[in-house]
Design a binder for this molecule. Sequence first.
Ligand SMILES: NC(=O)c1ccc[n+]([C@@H]2O[C@H](COP(=O)([O-])OP(=O)(O)OC[C@H]3O[C@@H](n4cnc5c(N)ncnc54)[C@H](OP(=O)(O)O)[C@@H]3O)[C@@H](O)[C@H]2O)c1
Length: 230
Amino acid sequence: MTSTSQSTALITGAGRGLGLALARSLLSSGWRVVVDARRTAHLETALPGASVVPGDVTDPAHRDALAAAVGGLGRLDLLVNNASDLGPSPLPRLADTPLAAARRVYETNVLAPLALTQALLPLLRDSHGTVLNISSDAAVEAYEGWGTYGSSKAALDQLTAVLAAEEPGLAAYAVDPGDMRTEMHQAAFPGEDISDRPEPEAVVPALLRLIATRPPAGRVRAADLAGASS
Ligand SMILES: NC(=O)c1ccc[n+]([C@@H]2O[C@H](COP(=O)([O-])OP(=O)(O)OC[C@H]3O[C@@H](n4cnc5c(N)ncnc54)[C@H](OP(=O)(O)O)[C@@H]3O)[C@@H](O)[C@H]2O)c1
């Protein structure tokens, strides 16, 4: 079924981890979901019913393809900028960070979300939609080795805050999901046992609550939403 009255989301980086968990949850609630990732062959079975657009968010032609897929559905209620680049693993100190790697992190974590937001603003304005930019505690804490990734997430937080000021009809949030047992987290802690970290599925209820309740825009921690009554 396709209908312009059906709630519609675009989630970047939904091949695994948090993006996949959120996409699954929204699909099961009747949303139409457009997703991307660079590796998507498994998504036909992992995410039945989703519109899958394979590609890299740093590629302008791929972003055009995402915007076209969403445009073809006629509405957008939710944009989730979730795809992210951690940088080299193990995480290098700033003194040793290759600038090419830093550039790649900023292209993925800052410029791609900005570009997608720009491309999709008309549809988001029409629906008084929600933008979730997935951030990190590394945006506000000075962890050694996390300088490039953390500063990219700090920039994403500030883009989100200014977007909220400029577009009061939207609900815009920078969301710190907290630690999750994912490939990115394992890359950040190579060789460590991360089995005590929660699965990304555990964060999804907090994101759904945020989307449903639309509190004042800003930076939010999923952990602070988890216990809130909806
Ligand atoms: N895991 C944590 O503990 C943690 C903590 C704080 C914040 N976060 C944030 O939470 C979000 C989700 O992280 P996660 O742990 O779920 O990550 P993840 O398991 O590594 O999954 C990331 C997803 O994004 C896709 N992706 C990566 N780069 C992409 C690109 N350039 N273009 C398109 N797709 C791309 C990946 O697929 P391909 O590689 O196939 O493209 C994958 O599907 C990220 O924004 C991350 O910064 C995570």
